[in-house]
Design a protein. Structure first.
Length: 183
């Protein structure tokens, strides 16, 4: 009996060793997110490869406002292919997402790597009286819309990055890997 209990205690660390280590997670092991409780206008922050990943549920008002911003953006059609996986661009180039209502972005400003603030409400802001929602980096005043597209005339050179990801089901996103069959 004592031997069986001892074997059980020895098995626990062995079984735990099968889980990805902190080092493996930093190296890029996939991260799973349950978005079932994500409310409209809310952001879920995860960590993947040592970077913050933002998952945001966008409102209908935000989705309607996004096309009106094209003339103010540096790359409104997301033509720079290095900023998002091809399957994301193919699904919704202006929205930069697989599902229109859900945005998945790397939460680092593309200027110097600061973490922009989410200002998701459509209302005048001190930095833009015609603000339609998005991200504002207070360090050097870069602005991005709610699809992560960068505005013209700001220090950030490119759009926020979209990490590889896919939906395992309606409420589960896997960050860090492409869907099967994606190029």
């Amino acid at each position: 009996m004592v031997g069986a209990v001892g074997a059980g205690f020895a098995a626990v660390p062995f079984i735990k060793s099968w889980n990805p280590s902190a080092r493996a997670k930093l190296a890029g092991a996939p991260v799973t997110a349950d978005i079932s409780a994500l409310a409209e206008g809310q952001r879920l922050v995860l960590e993947w490869r040592g970077q913050p990943i933002w998952i945001v549920k966008r409102s209908e008002a935000i989705l309607k406002a996004l096309p009106t911003l094209d003339g103010h953006l540096r790359d409104p059609k997301s033509e720079n292919l290095d900023q998002q996986p091809a399957y994301v661009r193919a699904a919704n180039p202006e929205l930069r997402s697989i599902k229109p209502g859900i945005s998945v972005l790397v939460g680092l400003c593309t200027h110097l790597g600061c973490s922009p603030e989410m200002k998701a409400e459509i209302r005048p802001e001190a930095f833009d009286p015609e603000w339609k929602g998005g991200y504002f980096c207070p360090c050097h005043k870069s602005r991005f819309d709610m699809a992560g597209r960068v505005f013209q005339g700001v220090p950030a050179p490119i759009n926020l990055l979209v990490p590889p990801h896919y939906y395992a089901d309606d409420n589960t996103i896997i960050i860090g890997v492409d869907p099967k069959g994606a190029a």
